[in-house]
Design a protein. Structure first.
Length: 81
């Protein structure tokens, strides 16, 4: 498992929608094995909110972009003021 804290994909992640902490992402599986089971997980280290994106037939770079876009598109509940 590769953990990524300071690369360009992590820089593009929005904060956790629940606690505001900066999430991290990591890859489970072989980064070079297109067609093999690989999962990119984005997780908040503070509250544990997790999103997993399967990237079986995609190059790792494209899978990372897809996972970041998926994380950044989630709904954020707005507070009434």
């Amino acid at each position: 498992m590769e953990i990524h804290n300071g690369d360009s994909y992590n820089d593009n992640l929005l904060p956790c929608p629940f606690c505001g902490e900066k999430p991290i992402w990591y890859l489970k599986g072989n980064a070079e094995a297109v067609g093999k089971r690989r999962v990119i997980t984005i997780k908040c280290p503070m509250c544990g909110t997790t999103q997993e994106t399967a990237v079986l037939k995609l190059p790792t770079e494209m899978g990372c972009l897809m996972a970041v876009a998926k994380w950044n598109m989630r709904q954020v509940k707005k507070e009434n003021k």
